[in-house]
Design a protein around this ligand. Structure first.
Ligand code: ATP
Ligand code: MG
Length: 408
């Protein structure tokens, strides 16, 4: 079937008020940028939707990309017909005949937006429906629960005919809800958490802690690959690579073996908070899932989270591992996440990590390291390397990307 245009319906941005216009403009810009490899496309904005004129571009290719843009509720491939009864009848019949799974039942719903059209919508339902029925053996009408609803929208310029509705990714347009720092390890969970945060309209900057040379160059590459994949969904991603070796070595010497993960996580948060401040982010997103490992018990989350006053967002907190894995497969991060390279946290894993760390003891251990720890944290912040990643892998410098459009 050769379609003429696509109707794109917006999702949760249907929030009333004066910001709505701004959010719709934002989403339209993101749709345009995501589809920029198809130059013939034309975009027409209307109330809570966008019409994309295909001008010969492939609908399948457009659909594949639209499915991954946040803020889109659904979309439909449409064929256009002249404002003439016979033309509308023929196009409707072609559309039904072209469906991959032939329906057993259908109904026609006509919306006469242009009132000068000579037949009203009740007449049109009948005139078009009878034509389709006459020419499609075995097809029946069912007005309550049809397999297919043939929609005909009669406008001043054209009639628009469609019957398929594809589900979009939902959520909010990227950036509509501000910016957050994502703690991105090389594991399975944090990329999924990042995707969920972006779907809720958060622009993400990723922060990764590495312990080079204890962790390999490949471990870093793996995180870069994951961040690029996130950039496919979220536009350019700024990735902060934080040198964590000295802090880890220092903590390993603290004599609190069972608290080392707690201490490490608290340092990570302190550093992330500083990076958040420098970059205008108002929350920290992690891949924590309740009870998954010792550092993710309620007791641990409590002692770790207390070090930062920024809101901690943990999208996976109530999810089962298996569901997270399935999600990672869907967003195509799983195969990268399971590559076997060491993460900095797996290097110093104690025999029996505390599942219920004591805040007083943790704070005392940190106080004991005192200004030395503060100095190492300062150095880690200063030594942080920044790369800006795009989905197609081209990296450019942070300064350059600030000048350019920050989205795709
Ligand atoms: P993941 O699969 O995301 O690595 P995990 O189940 O392995 O999670 P942990 O290793 O305990 O769990 O990490 C919990 C969370 O802490 C991660 O989801 C991530 O947000 C953050 N995190 C852990 N290690 C790092 C790191 N090296 N750099 C940045 N963030 C990290
Ligand atoms: Mg991990």
């Amino acid at each position: 079937m050769k379609y003429d245009l696509v109707i794109v319906r917006f999702g949760e941005i249907v929030i009333k008020g004066r910001n709505r216009n701004r959010f719709e403009t934002m989403l339209l810009t993101q749709i345009r940028m995501a589809l920029k490899s198809m130059p013939a496309l034309e975009f027409v904005r209307s109330y809570a939707r966008v019409y994309i004129r295909l001008n010969g571009e492939s609908y399948e290719q457009v659909a594949k990309r639209l499915k991954d843009i946040f803020g889109i509720m659904s979309f439909s491939p449409v064929i256009g017909a002249e404002l003439d009864l016979e033309a509308i009848r023929e196009s409707s019949l072609n559309l039904i005949r072209g469906l991959k799974t032939p329906p057993a039942t259908f109904k026609v719903s006509v919306n006469r937006g242009w009132k000068q059209f000579p037949h009203n919508s009740v007449e049109m339902n009948h005139l078009v429906g009878s034509h389709v029925l006459r020419n499609t053996p075995d097809l029946k009408v069912n007005v309550r629960t049809p397999d297919v609803e043939l929609k005909i929208d009669i406008q001043r310029d054209n009639a628009y005919i469609y019957c398929e509705v594809e589900k979009g990714a939902g959520g909010f347009p990227l950036g509509m809800n501000g910016k957050a720092m994502l703690l991105l390890s090389g594991g399975i969970d944090s990329p999924v958490a990042g995707w969920m945060a972006m779907r809720k309209g958060l622009k993400i900057e990723a922060v990764h802690f590495h312990s080079y040379p204890f962790t390999s160059e490949q471990a870093k590459e793996k995180v870069v690959t994951l961040a690029k994949r996130l950039a496919y969904y979220g536009g350019k991603i700024k990735l902060h690579l934080v040198p964590f070796t000295e802090i880890q070595t220092k903590l390993a010497q603290s004599g609190h073996d069972n608290l080392i993960i707690t201490l490490m996580r608290r340092c990570m948060l302190r550093i992330t908070e500083r990076l958040a401040e420098q970059n205008g982010a108002l929350a920290i997103v992690t891949g924590d899932s309740l009870g998954q490992v010792a550092s993710q018990t309620l007791g641990s989350m409590n002692v770790i989270g207390r070090v930062s006053s920024l809101p901690m967002l943990r999208p996976l907190v109530m999810m089962d591992k298996q569901d997270i894995i399935e999600h990672a497969e869907k967003i195509d991060t799983y195969k990268t996440s399971i590559l076997p390279y060491e993460d900095c946290c797996t290097l110093f894993v104690p025999k029996s990590p505390a599942i219920n760390p004591n805040l007083n003891i943790v704070e005392r251990a940190e106080a004991y390291m005192g200004s030395e720890l503060d100095r190492l944290i300062d150095e880690a912040v200063q030594g942080t390397e920044v790369v800006v990643l795009k989905e197609d892998g081209i990296t450019d410098s942070a300064e350059q990307s600030q000048k350019e459009d920050a989205w795709f």
